[in-house]
Unconditional design. Structure first.
Length: 164
């Protein structure tokens, strides 16, 4: 059942079905999740060194082992850029991209006080950061379950409608 009342804010022109996805829908959902993971890793591996070189070039370079909080924020940024770019290619709107990016940044910011207080070390913080991102991504995706359970060709928003 699709109605205009099921439209999320920030996804103008998109009618999202709030009914439970079929088994096939869950396959699409899982594929979307795995694509996000691959895009995040690609962003981190490809953009991380570039960001490091750029920061060094302008005199803002830092040691990732001595500044794990900054390293976590940099990693959240590069993962978000990779994932966001892939989401746009696949036709997702900005609201969904921002929610998925928040899933990267929320744990990075939340861990900063623990690092500053010495409650966790650099290695533990990075492990916690990675572990926290995955379920937060899942929560963001479940919030838009109908969108992520549809085949990519079914997306009628974001890049596919010409909206920028």
């Amino acid at each position: 059942m699709r109605t205009d009342a099921n439209v999320d804010a920030g996804t103008a022109g998109v009618t999202l079905d709030r009914t439970a996805p079929s088994r096939r829908g869950w396959v699409h959902f899982l594929r979307h999740y795995l694509e996000m993971l691959v895009a995040m890793v690609a962003g981190m591996l490809l953009l991380g060194p570039v960001v490091g070189v750029l920061l060094d070039a302008v005199g803002l370079g830092f040691s990732r082992t001595e500044r794990p909080g900054l390293a976590g924020l940099e990693m959240a940024f590069t993962m978000s850029v990779g994932m966001g770019a892939w989401m746009r290619v696949r036709g997702h709107g900005w609201a969904g991209i921002l929610e998925m990016s928040a899933a990267m940044f929320v744990p990075a910011v939340a861990l900063l006080p623990l690092l500053w207080l010495g409650a966790v070390g650099a290695g533990a913080a990075m492990a916690l950061l990675h572990v926290a991102m995955l379920p937060l991504m899942l929560v963001a995706m479940l919030r838009r379950r109908a969108e992520y359970s549809a085949p990519h060709a079914g997306h009628r928003h974001g890049a596919r409608t010409g909206r920028r």
